[in-house]
Design a protein around this ligand. Structure first.
Ligand code: FE2
Length: 413
């Protein structure tokens, strides 16, 4: 396959890209097609590595309004409604909804997904369904599964046993929710428990950490200390950390030293954090987001996730990382021209780093031929025009295609 005339990752110069035997074999301008070679005319469009959604919940996706709408819109009402909905889960129910979400995501150029799966369920129904889905959709997307104790580990009956069972069944990563445990001691104990599990089983870690506007929620310092002292930082992710947006600057300044030393990853979920954050404020009302800009400037890896797609925590969501990045640049005030143009990294390279994808990710000779062609010359324009993904290529195979909308305005002035 030969992709002609594309701008790779905002490069001002256009080039051609050749794919053979599922890998990139040549990147150079003005290549002539081989006999019978498939040719895609990029027409000056933007070629990116595939989008990475580094934080989503495929088990809860597409359940908004079931059994009731979250009319208050709070995180805690979301947890209450989900705990009712999950009583009715079946394998078919989870598979049907998750497959629909994966299809949406493929159309929008997402090929790498880290999904959290609620394991505070004695039957582990959703986990088993998503383990099945992971194998089924391998040609479309890579899925990492986090065993996520939505209702706590120490605060839920047999919480620790369920986490261990999830690992036995095949979870890739362990999660925790320390700020939701009954008390601070349980929160700390839950973090030690999962870090022990991760160490013993060679797993990744991704914690829903301090997803609350309470400035006294300080589980992040505990997780960072454990990651640092055990030399596990690159394998550990702190998701949400919205309380970091409410910490006083003196404490945050002291904390940043430890965060840098730990080498941990951060995930922010701008759409959902903006929606759920500041719910208990009148005015002034906080944004409810972690310190994306400051973490990035400190050299700490931050990636973005969509978190929820039409479920009890977020009634909206289309499986589109452009929506996520668009909200992210506004909410985190990444509004310089260069910051906006480079913001694709939160949904590509930074996400790949969070997921520990290694050297197989990216557009370079010798790497697996995974890439997406966006209908814009650079990412600044892609954000402004909400560009469609014209072609989604996975291991040299086209898995999704769209057409440029090409709207014609017929009115005259
Ligand atoms: Fe989440």
């Amino acid at each position: 396959m030969l992709i002609r005339n594309v701008h790779i990752e905002n490069d001002a110069s256009a080039t051609d890209v050749r794919i053979e035997n599922s890998v990139f074999t040549c990147i150079a301008p003005f290549m002539e097609p081989h006999e019978h070679e498939t040719v895609i005319d990029g027409a000056g469009a933007l070629l990116l590595p595939p989008f990475v959604d580094s934080h989503v919940h495929l088990d809860t996706t597409l359940t908004a309004g079931q059994p009731e709408w979250n009319e208050t819109g709070t995180l805690f009402d979301g947890i209450r409604i989900w705990s009712e909905r999950k009583q009715t889960l079946s394998r078919e129910d989870v598979l049907t909804r998750a497959e629909a979400a994966i299809t949406m995501m493929a159309g929008n150029g997402i090929q790498f997904i880290r999904t959290h799966v609620d394991v505070t369920d004695p039957g582990l129904t959703a986990l088993q369904a998503l383990l099945e889905l992971k194998e089924k959709v391998r040609d479309v997307a890579d899925i990492q599964i986090v065993a996520f104790p939505q209702e706590g580990i120490l605060s839920y009956p047999r919480g620790q046993a369920l986490m261990m069972e999830a690992i036995r069944l095949g979870a890739d990563a362990v999660g925790a929710i320390p700020h939701f445990e009954f008390n601070r001691d349980y929160g700390v104990e839950s973090l030690k428990f999962i870090m022990d599990l991760a160490e013993q089983h060679g797993l990744l870690v991704d914690v829903h950490c301090d997803e609350i506007d309470d400035p006294s929620s300080r589980n992040l310092e505990v997780l960072a200390t454990l990651a640092y002292e055990r030399d596990m930082g690159p394998r550990v992710t702190a998701s949400h950390t919205t309380a970091l947006g409410s910490y006083n600057d003196a404490y945050a300044c002291k904390l940043f030293r430890l965060l840098s030393m730990s080498g941990m990853n951060f995930v922010s979920n701008p759409l959902v954090n903006m929606h759920l954050g500041g719910r208990f404020d009148t005015y002034p009302k906080r944004r409810g987001l972690t310190r994306v800009k400051e973490l990035t400037e400190a050299g700490i890896n931050v990636s973005f996730g969509e978190d929820d797609i039409q479920d009890p925590w977020s009634p909206l969501g289309a499986g589109n990382m452009l929506d996520v990045v668009h909200m992210g640049v506004y909410a985190a005030q990444l509004m310089g021209y260069t910051q906006i143009k480079e913001s694709y990294r939160y949904a590509t390279h930074n996400g790949a780093h969070t997921l520990n994808l290694g050297d197989d990710y990216g557009i370079a000779v010798g790497r697996p031929a995974n890439c997406i062609l966006l209908d814009a010359p650079n990412f600044f324009d892609a954000l402004n025009t909400h560009a469609v993904v014209l072609t989604n290529i996975r291991e040299g195979r086209i898995i999704a295609q769209s057409h440029s909308p090409n709207t014609v305005v017929s009115c005259t002035f």
